[in-house]
Structures are given as structure tokens and as C-alpha cells.
Design a protein around this ligand. Sequence first.
Ligand code: UGA
Length: 434
Amino acid sequence: MYEDRRLRIVVVGSGYVGTTMAASFADLGHQVTAVDIDEDVVEALHAGDAPIHEPGLADLIERHAGGNLEASTVYDSLAGADLVYLAVQTPTDEAGNIDTTALETAARMSGEAIADQPPAERPVIVIKSTVTPPHVETIRAAAAAGAGDETLEVAMNPEFLREGSAVSDFREPDKLVFGTSSQRGDDMLTAAFEPIIEATNPVVIRTDPDTAAMIKYANNAFLAAKISLINDLGNICKEFGIDAYEVADAIGADDRIGEQFLRSGVGWGGSCFPKDVRAIIQAATAAGYRPAVLEAAVAVNAEQPARMLELLDEHVDVEDQRVAVLGLAFKPGTDDVRNSRAIPLIEGLQERGANVVAYDPVASEEMQARIPEIEYAKSAARALDGAVGALIVTAWDEFETLDDAFDAMDRQLVVDGRRVIEPRPGMTYEGLTW
Ligand code: UGA
């Protein structure tokens, strides 16, 4: 029975990935301690509350808090653990380089907490944060220095969770990547994921830590570049009066291309693609190679909002006019506005002197904290009321059924960046790539 193989897992860092992982490991039956320096976060976990919004997560935390899931601000629990996950944020600087200062501190403190144990009894330290291959050694060295053991190993187990479906993605992964440098490390990671491996039989990739780190970047860079490529092709389609979605359906039927991530439009945002693509470009450039395709992927993505605004300009001068922005979250199903395409669009409208009125079913408050000076409407219908144009930025389902709400516009002009609106009689409709 699995109960016999219950592990003691410590997760350092209770951000988005750390919390999801801690609660999910607890749900698999492991004894988990979430360690975070933020007392509020630890308090919330103690109380059984989720510090972040993610479907299914609150339920897991409530169920396991005080049982399989404990929380602490100190590193004491590391000494008795089998596995220690480092899931600390790695912010980016202006140029796009990742800043591993906090992660290095966590690694060093983890090393210190296990320094007194005989090497064979120490927990296996695993990097979960996204770091470039050269940084794997930086983090390992920090942990080794803390432990006073230059030979200390650190494993890499990258994460492929999507915001909005992180809990189910954890439960049913396509693949697991175990980057280790010892059999013990591999055995420990295998034991941690055993219930998932048994239940869903994902592909398990066993490799070294640097390759595991690269797989994470290659995965996100490939997906981001795939979207930029379909956007590039979509822009060509628009010039020729061709529907890029019809083209995408056809090429997606080729197994070598695949049908997913071919939705062209205003581009990719969020906390992962923009950060990771820039970070791997920076790391590659520092190593002496400039990745031309990835640079182009970033450039195409940066241009899509401007193309949307150009389409608006073709029909109306928005100065002193009311313009609705529908959708502020970087994708549907989340209130996260980090790198949302709505930000450059709102800025572009402000530069044109427009009166921007924005609406999102869940992300208005988040955007208001960043851009307080525009109007936020309580519904899409209210945002559209009196507007001379509307930009569709996030593919929320509710935008598909706005119908009569468009009648209240001063001018029924819609520029759709996500292909969610069905054009109706009397509406001037521009699709970004169709
Ligand atoms: C992404 C990856 O999909 C995850 O596998 C990965 O673990 C995660 O980054 C991470 O590194 O943590 P996420 O940022 O949650 O996950 O969002 P996605 O669902 O991948 O969407 C990213 C962006 O691409 C969104 O702005 C979305 O609107 C856009 N997108 C996606 C398109 O423009 N077209 C598409 O066809 C698909």
C-alpha cells in the first residue's frame, strides 16, 4: 500500500507553484510542511485558507491544514524531511535576467538546516523554481556552502502547471521531469510522485539537473514561439483577407504541428512566457549565442497590441471618445493581470487621448491597482454604453453572448483580439488575424 511510502516533504516558498504543490502532495498522502518567511501566508495556511486563488486549491488546503499540511516560518522541519523543494520566486530585472538572490538564500538556509545530519540521512534538495541551466550550479553551490559540504547534490524538478488548472495539471501531468545526479535523488522523486505515476502513467523523463532546467525553458519558449508564429502567419492572413483560424485548423490537423496553441490574436502574457523567454534569451546571449527565433517571437508579441490599435484607428479617431476594453486578465479563468495584453492597449488608448472604460469579470481590482486613472465598469454592457469602439482582449465566455449590449454603443465598432465576438448586422467588426 502507498501509505507505507509516505514521505516527509518540505516546500520552501508558498507562492503560486509552492502552495499548489504543497497542498497537492499533502492530498497524495505525504506529510508536507510549507515554509515561508511571510507570516501572513503561514497564518493563512494554518487557518486552512488559500493564499492565492486557484480552482480546487482552497478545498485541498482546508481539508489538509493541521493534518498532512503544516506551515512554518522557520527551517527547523528540514532536518527530518525526505525531500526539500525550493519554490521561491525568481523575479526578473529590466533586461530580463532572473534574480536568484532569494532562491540562493533559501538554498543556503536549507543547507544550514541539514548540515549536522550524516549525508545519507539528509533530505534531497530539489529546485522547483524556474532557473536557467547555469543557475542550477549557483543554487547548488549556495546549498552546499550552507551545509558545509561541497559535494552536496541538488536535483531539478521543473513545473509545467498552468494558471487556472494548476491543481488538475498536478494530478494529471503529461510528463514528469526528474533531473538528478544520484540514484537516491531519483528514487526520492519517484516515491513522491508514485501515486500519480501509478494512476495516470505520465511520461517520466530522467535526466541531469541542467537538462531538466533547459527542458522547462524549451517547453515555454516553444509554446510562446508557436503562438508568435501563428500570429505572424495570422498577420499575413489579415493582409490577404484570409481567415487565420481556418488556416490554423487545417495545419493543426498535421500531427507534426498539432492543433493546440494555434489561437492567433493579441498574443501571450502572464507571469511565465514573457519572463521565461526573455530569461533564456539573456542567458543564451551571455553565453555567446543570440537566439534569433526567440527574439523574433518576443518582437511579434510586442507588436500585436499596436496592430489592434491600428485597426481601431482605421475606423475612428478616439481622442476624447469613450472606448471600451473588455478583458483585463492575461487569459480567461484567472484574475492575474501580469503582462496582460490589456496593459499596452490601455496605454495606447491613453496616448490617443481616449476615455478608457475597462471591464473584466474578475480582474478589474488587480488592474485598478496598476492603472487607477481609467474608469472600471461593473459589467460589459455598462462599459459598452456610449463607447465609439470596443477592444476584446481576453476570451471570457460571457463576451460571446453580449448581443444586445452592443446596441448601447455610440458606434458599433469592435476590434476583436481573441475571436470571441460573432459579428452582427450593423456592427463594424475587425478580427486581428481574420
Ligand atoms: C504557461 C504554460 O502553459 C505552463 O505549461 C507553464 O507551467 C507555465 O506557463 C509556467 O511556466 O508556470 P500559463 O502562463 O498559466 O502557463 O498560461 P497559458 O495557458 O499557457 O497561456 C499563456 C498565454 O498564451 C496567455 O496569455 C494566452 O492567452 C496565450 N495563448 C495561449 C494564445 O494567445 N494563443 C493560444 O493558442 C494559447
